[in-house]
Design a protein around this ligand. Sequence first.
Ligand code: HSE
Length: 307
Amino acid sequence: MKTIRVFAPASIANMGCGFDVMGMAMDATGDVISMSVEDGLGLSIENRSGIDLPVNVEQNVMTPAIMAFLAEYGKPQKVSVVIESKINPGSGIGSSAASSVAAVFALNELLDRPFSKEKLVEFAMEGEKLISGGVAHADNVAPSLLGGVVLIRGYRPLDIVKLPVPEGFHCSVVHPDIMVSTKMAREVMPKEIPVRDAVRQWGNVGGLVAGLTLGDVDLVGRSMVDVVAEPCRRGFIPGFEILREKVLKAGALAMNISGSGPSVFAVSKDERTAADVCEIMKEHFAFLDIDSKVYAASVSNNGARVL
Ligand code: HSE
């Protein structure tokens, strides 16, 4: 029997304007699992993280990801997983993605890398399908697996582009202790968008990609404006507009919902501002009697890895 321990980082999906097509890895937190494989059949998942997770294997996001991997691998394997530490589910910082990524990455390492990283992204997306109401998106799994900032240029076929991370690009993330499920946050999305909103949104996505490529952090900041998902989702986050005013006044370049929420992230040009913004975020939710966790982080170019 072979055993391995791996880490898969948290991630910030959408990056404001890039609904389902942009995401970045955040090394400040993530999932740690150990996995063993041997010849045979079966999957067991043991949760030692201290965090409440679905108890049966069918409801765990790792299961469809592992099944997709093994179906294509073709040889039966008996897989045992121990979840050692876990991002809180429903946090908006890629909790389900970190689980699925950790699972397929560990399996690939244990079986001597039969698949490319792009293929692993496809398998991990099966886990996202389970929690998002049947739609598989890659904007958390791709950065968690590959690290850095990632553009999903197309889904059919999957076309993933890793973008450079400008120097001095710092993030502040707050995870308020409220629950917003991805399924619920996707259900409120508009089915159609007016052309004038589409024009603003694709202008911003272009600006975001250009800003990252040119190392122009100001351009990145002013492009992180979301006129499609945010207007329908910000109501889930108490005091969202007031918080944005406060963090922009403190020097942040932009603030948006992280993925489907309820976490919120801001980008800043330097570490000092990112730390100040974290304080403001923490105070904001404390004032509303909501516990929160904050992370000040630079964007990591490292994705999933063996520990
Ligand atoms: N792009 C997805 C969404 C990310 O916004 O629904 C979910 O974490």
